[in-house]
Design a protein. Sequence first.
Length: 95
Amino acid sequence: MRDRFTRSRTDSHTGDERSTYTTGPCTAVIGSMTLAMKAQSVLAEAAIRAGVTKISSSETHNGCAYGVEFPCSQSGNVRTVLSRAGIRVRQYIQG
């Protein structure tokens, strides 16, 4: 999921469908792979597209970890959903 997320829309003048790029993916640093997979599942239940990713120690404050990537436009919803599910997020990385 390292690619940018796209959104399609129809041009009102020509009727052509266009893909526009939105911001790159944001990442919630979770910790273990098991918890990252649980976070992905919880987000899927809330209709938020997310993928598990390994995060290098250069991107985190506490060494290597796993996390979930999601569209930055869903940041507020992701924080709410993960918090209500009791999943502790170590850090959020803006895309």
